[in-house]
Design a binder for this molecule. Structure first.
Ligand code: ZN
Length: 341
């Protein structure tokens, strides 16, 4: 009960990449970089296990960014000529690569890190991929001329990689769709369908992560303007509840999301965000257990998985480590408190 997991990313050590950045530069290249990525992956597997986290991830140590890491292995994308584009409904600018030709995978995308992680943990392994709608929102289209068509083209490629990850022994494949919280109508109209295309044929557990973004200033400012109640989930959860995706990861602690919206996810496992990634203040186990207690009013305990609100990539490494421990200790406390209830 209350198996813990992180949303996905963890800080990169300073010898691997620039720290506390969303698009950090690597510190090495070629084989040396590959080795450094492997070392960082092993380090975080060990750190998650030692902290007491139940479901382990690779911490996304092998990708520069959660979307562009996937795109680097896609043919038809021009990475040489990035352009500035407003993303997440122009919330912030990013330098994005351009789609210039039909999309095809060059080969495996995440083989080495998934296989490495599988070989070094006996706990459940979760692996993250960007969702099709969020990819479409993080790349410039110079070829398809149609968002939906391009999303389904990406969904096919994601599906190929997801099936291969499943064959690598991954237990949970999670698609990250922060864009669902920005384009709610599109998400309900076609975003969830594109997501299901990406997950087609998977027999392992499938998940989707929908959040209010990393704890970067642009997101923190955006959240200030979302009003008293953040009801974005209300528009997309019904479509997700009707989908074949098994788990939904959502933002909860320190958010203005009305917790009763979790009721809309009946029949799904819910990864409840009990760790704030926009604050360096480390949660106490009591605070984590309290958030779990709140969520228990709306989610059955067998379906509740305590998680972080979002990825921890841009955070300070020591803070992230302390938050992993708080997550595990808080879940342990919740097991004592609510175990027999
Ligand atoms: Zn997130």
């Amino acid at each position: 009960m209350f198996e813990t997991a992180i949303a996905g990313s963890l800080p990169k050590p300073s010898w691997l990449a620039e720290t506390q950045k969303l698009w950090p530069q690597w510190k090495a290249e070629g084989l040396e970089l590959t080795q450094a990525k492997k070392d960082a992956t092993l380090l975080w597997i060990k750190a998650q296990e030692d902290a007491g986290v139940d479901i382990i991830g690779d911490g996304e140590q092998s990708r520069q960014h959660f979307v562009h890491g996937f795109l680097e292995q896609v043919e038809g994308i021009d990475f040489e000529h990035k352009v500035k584009m407003g993303i997440r409904d122009n919330r912030y600018d990013a330098m994005v690569p351009q789609v210039v030709a039909p999309l095809r995978l060059k080969g495996r995308v995440h083989a080495f890190e998934a296989q490495l992680a599988r070989a070094h943990t006996t706990r459940k392994l979760k692996f993250t991929l960007p969702g099709p709608m969020t990819i479409v929102d993080t790349v410039a289209d110079r070829f398809y001329g149609d968002k939906v068509k391009m999303a389904f083209a990406f969904a096919e490629l994601l599906n190929q990689e997801a099936l291969a990850l499943q064959a690598d022994g991954v237990d949970i494949i999670q698609f990250d769709e922060p864009a669902f919280n920005v384009y709610m109508k599109d998400a309900a109209d076609w975003g969830v369908k594109a997501l299901e295309r990406a997950a087609q044929g998977l027999t392992c557990t499938t998940a989707v992560h929908i959040c209010y973004g990393y704890g970067i200033p642009a997101n923190v400012d955006w959240k200030k303007n979302l009003g008293e109640q953040w009801r974005q989930y209300e528009q997309i959860f019904p479509a997700l509840a009707a989908s074949n995706i098994g788990q939904v990861s959502l933002e909860c602690y320190h958010s203005h999301v009305p917790p009763d919206l979790m009721k809309l996810l009946q029949g799904k496992d819910v990864m409840v965000g009990v760790i704030d990634v926009a604050s360096d203040t480390v949660e106490t186990p009591e605070e984590v257990a309290d958030t779990i207690g709140t969520a228990l009013q709306f989610v059955p305990k067998q379906r509740l998985f305590p998680c972080s609100n979002c990825g921890l990539a841009p955070m300070n490494r020591e803070v992230a480590l302390a938050k992993l421990k708080a997550l595990a200790q808080g879940a342990a406390l919740a097991r004592q408190r609510y175990g027999d209830a």
